[in-house]
Design a protein around this ligand. Structure first.
Ligand SMILES: *[C@@H]1O[C@H](CO)[C@@H](O)[C@H](O)[C@H]1NC(C)=O
Ligand SMILES: *[C@@H]1O[C@H](CO)[C@@H](O)[C@H](O)[C@H]1NC(C)=O
Ligand SMILES: *[C@@H]1O[C@H](CO)[C@@H](O)[C@H](O)[C@H]1NC(C)=O
Ligand SMILES: *[C@@H]1O[C@H](CO)[C@@H](O)[C@H](O)[C@H]1NC(C)=O
Ligand SMILES: *[C@@H]1O[C@H](CO)[C@@H](O)[C@H](O)[C@H]1NC(C)=O
Ligand SMILES: *[C@@H]1O[C@H](CO)[C@@H](O)[C@H](O)[C@H]1NC(C)=O
Ligand SMILES: *[C@@H]1O[C@H](CO)[C@@H](O)[C@H](O)[C@H]1NC(C)=O
Ligand SMILES: *[C@@H]1O[C@H](CO)[C@@H](O)[C@H](O)[C@H]1NC(C)=O
Ligand SMILES: *[C@@H]1O[C@H](CO)[C@@H](O)[C@H](O)[C@H]1NC(C)=O
Ligand SMILES: *[C@@H]1O[C@H](CO)[C@@H](O)[C@H](O)[C@H]1NC(C)=O
Ligand SMILES: *[C@@H]1O[C@H](CO)[C@@H](O)[C@H](O)[C@H]1NC(C)=O
Ligand SMILES: *[C@@H]1O[C@H](CO)[C@@H](O)[C@H](O)[C@H]1NC(C)=O
Length: 839
């Protein structure tokens, strides 16, 4: 074979430099060179903090003995510099001095886990000719990767990962061409979005064993490669890129060597190829979180082994979760029995899995079958061959009997058997938990029985027993708990011993005790709750005042105390909870004014529900400052005065997310009451805006500014003392529900109302409206009950026919109105034409 000219020169250069870089291995006393010691001291001078690391770097001592420095035993040249930070609280910060160039024999340089203040990787690093090992990972470098790194012809390991999302970038990977000894390449997190032909470059690296390009913004996975060069690749991580294509064939050409393959979150489509059978060395395969369809192939790592006696595949970990795989799982299980971890959650797999299917799974430690259409039907005396550490069976059909086989599992740290159709008493042996348990979710079953004391579960971080039939006093818990959800059961009695888990070192972030029979006062012991984000005590029998210490919950985003018997004024300390997005105090016995500080201090509020209390006084104009507010429900109180006009300009001007707790079963919901129904909405909040001021003593006119709330979905001003006309511009709104009933509104209904084509519920009954009911569009669907008790209204659907007089507008109403309105609309420009059309 001919050696190409430039290749030959490269080889020659390598041989010459190679001699210089060679390690000698004779023995004898050596000391470091003065020039290299000085270079190191200059290098040290570049750092401003983390200087403890250099405490052994004393000029008078042999620099070969300095911490982090390594020398050649024979020549005494510095060959190694390892200054990575093992401890995130003791990191080096500073600059990389060019003095490194005076360490010409440096073979290994590790500056990982430090902070170089977002400077680019210095170009001169490419001149450190002898370098074999270069680790600049997680050291806050930014900017383009210098292509001079391609000159490091001895390089065996290059790690530039973890420098922050897209901080480093490379327009192409052509520079890796000369790195013919490279075994390990990790560029995870480097922006390679412009490196179109990345694979062709990498394919030059025939020594490569480990390639990690996790999160590199790659968007092209070449489907075909003529000759695949890296025949010894063992580790391939291409996860978290946007390939948007099917799994490529070239992967299977390197199939025999690959041990670890991670293609998670790559937007892969199509089927899982049978060719995975070629990956006979594969032990860990992650194809999770893609759009893969079809069945689980029956060939994983099995080709070639057919002919051998030992037919079992080498695969130990298989992650296929969050795809759209379908077909039968039972059939695939036969070839998977050697697995240690199997996660196929979140697919569309079917099957009726019996003990026969699982009898060979003796190594299994992690099993997650959640969110499929699977039945696990085993006999009550089955003793599985495995001892699981993770049990994920959410929404598998396990019931109706409580799964007896769990009795044999005494080493798990994670169990999720929620939504599993279990209708049974939880046996006492189940609560004999291992001290390892961290995550326990039994929610959404029909479980009964005793609930034990959890105070000795010192690892327990999540406990979800919600939506069951547990009836007991509130158990005790340990301070390790982060998420506690006991909602929709029959827990009863006092909650005062919660104070036990609210001590200084607690971790509680989520507490949902709603819809139980808890009683007594809310304890006043919330002073260490810096972590609490969601507190839901709604729908119990809690009484007394809202305790003062709740104001210490400065990170609280949801506070739900609705549907209790709380009394007194809203505690002023609550104004410190400035992170609040949802505040629900509805249906209690709270009194006093609606606090003005709500508008002044709780500026992130999106939901404010004070419905059905005895609040009095005016609606404070400070409410207008709540620019994220989407639900304002002050109905069924004793509020008086006029409706502040500015409320309508203020509300819902901007949007915040309501999904802020990393626990999937929680989404902020609310109840929409209209005259005909009470609807419970979950999770559609960003699109909905509601304003309910009904059943108060509000007076004055409906401010015409109401139409500023174009996104308003439901407006309920019924059962007040409002006078004057319905604002003529109301047709500009996209209301779904409008209730103005039982006021003293007068004049004709604006013809523009027919423009509200989403209107499903309309009630203007019990007013003094007059003239003809608008016709057309949605208005053909409303029945006469929408209009009743307005003696002067006429036209369909009422039986009263309009006379000529009634078709002429009451001059008193329209004149006054028209001038003002026309002026208002002229100011608003484009809307004017639409409106004028209706006058
Ligand atoms: C150099 O010395 C160290 C310890 O003194 C020893 O571990 C290492 O094997 C030696 N290296 C060579 C190449 O002799
Ligand atoms: C990067 O370093 C920081 C601090 O040195 C540390 O907190 C973080 O966990 C490291 N990240 C990775 C991915 O190693
Ligand atoms: C890298 O090598 C090329 C020639 O291969 C040379 O032109 C360039 O100056 C070198 N860069 C560095 C930084 O040594
Ligand atoms: C680079 O350093 C980091 C942290 O010190 C380490 O986790 C990583 O394994 C190193 N990379 C290589 C390729 O050795
Ligand atoms: C695959 O990569 C993802 C990150 O994209 C990581 O979360 C996951 O743990 C990896 N899978 C395996 C089996 O290591
Ligand atoms: C599987 O490996 C064999 C032998 O290495 C190769 O000939 C064949 O093309 C591979 N199959 C696929 C689908 O890549
Ligand atoms: C089959 O091969 C695997 C590894 O390839 C080995 O661990 C196992 O012991 C072998 N089993 C038999 C029965 O030879
Ligand atoms: C699996 O889904 C595909 C569509 O993606 C469908 O054509 C096929 O019939 C399904 N197979 C089974 C067994 O449900
Ligand atoms: C279990 O293993 C035995 C022997 O290794 C084998 O004959 C049998 O088919 C396997 N059963 C299942 C369900 O995989
Ligand atoms: C599941 O398998 C059992 C035992 O083989 C059988 O009796 C039962 O009818 C099957 N159930 C379904 C839903 O197929
Ligand atoms: C479970 O299997 C038994 C018999 O083995 C059968 O009677 C029962 O219907 C099965 N249950 C389900 C849900 O398939
Ligand atoms: C229990 O699980 C731990 C890991 O969580 C594991 O190290 C240990 O070997 C397991 N013990 C048994 C008896 O399976």
């Amino acid at each position: 074979m001919m050696i190409h000219g430039s290749k030959f020169i490269q080889l020659l250069v390598y041989l010459i430099i190679g001699l210089q870089c060679m390690e000698f291995s004779l023995s004898g006393a050596i000391r470091c060179m003065d020039s290299e010691r000085d270079a190191l001291l200059t290098f040290k001078g570049g750092f401003r903090s983390g200087l403890d690391r250099f405490s052994s770097w004393k000029a008078e001592e042999d620099c070969c003995k300095w911490r982090g420095v390594g020398c050649d035993n024979v020549t005494g040249h510095v060959t190694k510099l390892d200054l990575h930070s093992p401890d995130p609280f003791d990191i080096l910060q500073g600059e990389i001095s060019q003095s490194l160039l005076h360490l010409p024999y440096l073979r290994s340089l590790d500056l990982s886990q430090n902070n170089f203040y977002s400077i680019p990787i210095p170009e001169f690093i490419g001149s450190l000719q002898c370098i074999k090992y270069l680790n600049l990972s997680n050291a806050t470098f930014r900017g383009p990767i210098p292509s001079s790194l391609g000159n490091l012809s001895h390089l065996e390991s290059l790690d530039l990962s973890g420098n922050g999302y897209s901080s480093l970038r490379a327009e192409n990977l052509n520079w890796v061409y000369g790195l013919s000894f490279l075994k390990v390449l990790d560029l995870s997190g480097v922006d390679l979005s412009n490196a179109e032909v990345w694979l062709e470059s990498i394919n030059m690296l025939s020594s490569l064993v480990e390639l990690r390009l996790f999160y590199c913004m790659l968007h092209k996975l070449p489907q075909y490669v003529h000759h695949v060069n890296f025949a010894s690749l063992k580790i391939l991580d291409l996860s978290d890129n946007n390939f948007n294509s099917k799994i490529s064939d070239w992967l299977f050409k390197i199939g025999h060597s690959v041990v670890y393959l991670n293609l998670s979150r790559c937007q892969l489509q199509g089927l899982i190829p049978d060719a995975f059978g070629n990956m006979t060395s594969l032990t860990s395969l992650d194809l999770s979180r893609n759009d893969l369809k079809g069945p689980i192939p029956l060939t994983f790592g099995m080709f070639e082994k057919e002919s051998q006696l030992n037919k079992s595949s080498s695969l130990r970990e298989l992650y296929l979760y969050d795809n759209q795989l379908n077909g039968s799982l039972e059939q695939s299980l036969v070839q998977l029995s050697q697995l240690v971890a199997l996660n196929v959650a979140g697919n569309d797999l079917e099957g009726n899995i019996t003990e026969a299917h699982l009898k060979n799974f003796s190594s299994l430690r992690v099993l997650d079958l959640s969110e499929n259409r699977l039945v696990l039907n085993v006999s009550s005396n089955w003793i599985p061959p495995f001892q699981l550490e993770t049990i994920g069976l959410r929404s598998c059909l396990l019931g109706p009997k409580f799964p007896q086989w769990l009795r044999s599992q005494n080493n798990y740290s994670f169990i999720d058997i929620s939504h599993a159709s279990i209708v049974d008493v939880v046996p006492d042996w189940f609560w004999n938990l291992s001290s390892r348990v961290k995550h326990m979710d039994l929610s959404f079953n029909e479980l009964k029985g005793n609930v034990p004391d959890f105070s000795s579960q010192l690892q327990l971080s999540l406990l979800d027993l919600s939506h069951n039939y547990f009836r007991s006093r509130l158990p005790h818990f340990s301070v390790s708990l982060r998420t506690l959800a006991l909602a929709e059961n029959s827990f009863f009695g006092s909650i005062s011993h919660l104070c036990g888990i609210l001590s200084a070192d607690n971790s509680l972030g989520y507490l949902d005790l709603s819809s139980n029979n808890l009683s007594g006062e809310i304890p006043d012991c919330w002073k260490y709750e810096q972590n609490l984000v969601i507190l839901n005590l709604a729908n119990n029998n809690l009484s007394g005042q809202i305790p003062n210490s709740i104001g210490q919950l400065i990170n609280l985003k949801t506070l739900r105390l609705d549907d209790n018997s709380l009394s007194g004024e809203v505690t002023l300390s609550l104004k410190n909870c400035i992170a609040l997005r949802a505040l629900g105090l509805a249906r209690n016995k709270l009194s006093g004014n609606v606090p003005a500080w709500i508008g002044e201090n709780l500026q992130n509020l999106m939901i404010l529900e004070l419905r059905s209390n005895t609040f009095s006084g005016h609606i404070p104009f400070q409410m207008c400052q709540l620019k994220y507010l989407r639900i304002l429900d002050l109905s069924l109180n004793k509020l008086s005065g006029t409706i502040p006009r500015c409320v309508f300009f203020g509300m819902a001007k901007e949007t915040l997310s309501l999904i802020y707790y990393p626990y999937t079963t929680y989404s902020e919901g609310f109840i929409l009451s209209t005259k005909s129904r009470e609807l419970k909405y979950q999770g559609i909040l960003p699109f909905v805006t509601l304003l309910d001021l009904s059943s108060n003593n509000l007076s004055g006119e409906i401010p015409e500014e109401v139409m500023s709330l174009v996104g308003l979905w439901s407006l309920n001003l019924s059962r007040n003392h409002l006078v004057g006309p319905i604002p003529p511009n109301i047709g500009e709104m996209n209301l779904q529900s409008l209730d103005l009933s039982s006021n003293h509104l007068s004049c004709t209904m604006p013809a523009s109302m027919t423009y509200m084509t989403f209107l499903e519920v309309l009630d203007v009954s019990h007013n003094n409206l007059s003239g003809k009911i608008p016709s057309g569009n949605q208005f053909i669907t409303f029945e006469s009950s929408s209009y009743m008790e307005n003696p002067q209204l006429c036209g369909s659907p009422l039986s009263k026919i309009c006379s000529i007089d009634e078709l002429i507008e009451d001059p008193h109403c329209s004149n006054e109105n028209e001038d003002g309105e026309i002026k208002a609309f002229k100011k608003k420009g484009t809307m004017a034409s639409k409106y004028l059309h209706f006058i």
